[in-house]
Structure formats: C-alpha cells, structure tokens
Design a protein around this ligand. Structure first.
Ligand SMILES: [Zn+2]
Length: 192
C-alpha cells in the first residue's frame, strides 16, 4: 500500500513535457493567482523555460495568446481517457498551431531538426506545441492530466501504473471531493 505523499502534486513530468506542466501551473485557480500577470512576466517566464531567447521581443496581445493556449490545453487534458475532447479547445489549439509553424531546418553539420519559422511569441508557441506533439508521439502526453476538482485543475503527471490518478492530491482534492459527496448524501438523508 502506498498512500498519498506531499510531493505527488508536484511530481514533474519527464523531459520537456515539464515545461507544458509548468505553463499550466502558472495559474493557481484555487488561489486566484497568475504568474503570467503582464508582458514582462511573460517574457521572463518564456526565457526561463527555454521557449524564447534573449532576442525575442513581445508585444501587446502576446500574453492573451499564450494564456489562450494554456487554457485550451487545460480544457483538453481532462479528455484523457474519456475520449470526448472539448471542441472549442480543439479549435483554439488548432488556430494557435496554424499561427506558430514549426519547420524542418538543417544545421551546417547536416542534422535536420524542427525549429520555429518565426521569432517572438510565434516561436515560443511553436516550441511549446512541438513539445506537446512529441509527447503525444512518445506516449507521455496521455499521462499529463489536470485535477478533476473544478476549482483546482492543477496539472500533474500520472506516474501510476494503470494511469488511474484523478486528483492532484488524494489527501487534498480527493478527500475534499469525498467529503462533499458525504455531505450531500447526509443532506438528502435529512430530507433537504
Ligand atoms: Zn486538485
């Protein structure tokens, strides 16, 4: 028996997928805070994560585009396992991908690699969506999930053998959901 641990909500996704997880968790829905609060915070965050370089400049509207992708991903992640993808989130992600192309480039040494076609936020989003596409190809995407609690939606990586995790932490959101169900049953029994 392995019970919940304090670190389960913070277990980091493998490789570059950790960047996508970090993006999702820039917003703390429960606390009502958002690390990506303005353009300066956005450009610092993108550089820290390796999604943008020192030369990349950001403009008005870029913050909204990154947040739109973040929230589209958050809405798509619960579809893992139950099949039904949110069509609005699919459209939003499709639009973002179309505006931020990745192309095959060949280095001087002859090595082909995928690289963003454009600089700035287009380049940053292209790198981000490239990570998502590679994670889909290597099977890790299906393990990136968001907490089932509507007011939480914290992104976590499901390391469980049967990919059965639903909540960011059983000890917090899992127990909260159970307590809520228990209270509702109690209310019904009292004839409420
Ligand atoms: Zn949660």
């Amino acid at each position: 028996m392995s019970g919940p641990t304090v670190t389960e909500a913070d277990a980091t996704a493998p490789g570059a997928l950790a960047v996508v997880q970090a993006l999702l968790n820039t917003a703390d829905l429960e606390a009502g805070t958002d690390e990506l609060s303005d353009l300066a915070a956005l450009s610092a965050w993108l550089r820290d994560q390796g999604l943008a370089g020192a030369d990349d400049a950001f403009a008005l509207g870029d913050l909204e585009r990154v947040v739109a992708v973040r929230e589209a991903l958050r809405r798509l992640l619960p579809a893992h396992g139950d099949g039904a993808a949110d069509p609005e989130a699919v459209h939003a992600l499709r639009d973002a991908a179309r505006a931020a192309p990745l192309v095959v480039t060949v280095s001087d040494a002859g090595a082909p690699t995928l690289a963003p076609l454009r600089a700035g936020v287009d380049g940053a989003l292209a790198r981000l969506l490239g990570i998502v596409a590679r994670a889909e190809a290597d099977g890790t995407w299906a393990r990136l999930k968001v907490c089932a609690a509507e007011d939480c939606r914290w992104a976590f990586y499901d390391f469980s053998r049967n990919r059965s995790r639903t909540w960011c932490t059983m000890s917090v959101c899992g127990n909260r959901a159970k307590a809520r169900a228990y209270r509702q049953r109690g209310a019904r029994r009292r004839g409420a």
